[in-house]
Design a protein around this ligand. Sequence first.
Ligand SMILES: [Zn+2]
Length: 267
Amino acid sequence: MLPAIIDTHCHLTHQRFHGDLDAVVNRAKEAGLTRVVTIGTSIADAEHGLKLAEHHPGYVFNSVGLDPFACHEVGDHFPQELAKLDALLAGKRFCALGEIGLEYHHTLLPHDVQQRHFETQLDLAVRHDLPVIIHSRDAHPDVLTILRRNPQNRGVIHSFTGTPDDARAFLDLGWHLSFNGMVTFKANDVLREAAKIVPNDRLLVETDAPFLAPMPHRGKRCEPGYVAHSLELIAELRGQRVEDVAAWTTRNATNLFRLPAALPTTG
Ligand SMILES: [Zn+2]
């Protein structure tokens, strides 16, 4: 079995996990995962995530942010939702703020409005002293511009897709990059090139489950245990030992999200 692995980004609150979440968590444990971070993309989603974490104490950790889809949904009520987010974060039960960012692939709020909501939440992360999980789809140049004017923020570009040059631009600003199952997809040679250039201390792995299952599970519901497939491929690409990449990515995640030590594994 691999050493400890952390899935730094999954959506355990998704309806596709209703009904068999305990089995999903058990399979994650069997696959060597010692902790997972489930992402709350709205206030209600985050409250649901906190309940799941209560059922799996020391194993499931939470993050919350108003992602571009949630921002779109709340429309003019963004200030009220932001106030709720602020109050929720004050409870200190979250290891990160996110995912937040820019989504230009789907037609959501106008780009300038998305940018304002993104930047407002970056400020909130500074006030709560939390790392940020960033969603950037077809929007790297604008995300980079915003991160450049907010050097006090730190965190990760989740589900990174892009070229080695894109990767370098985020790395130069001090950000971590997180790779998921897309790195195993046949067509993604450019992404594989990007995964090779990330320093050992800036690399993270994730699933984004239930989405983007890695090969050989592509097309099926993804679950956190599958992160091992991406990790193995990343190690092979980089010419490193799987054990080392597991250890580095776990240490990076533990430090970035200030996670407590993993519980001893049982049974
Ligand atoms: Zn996500």
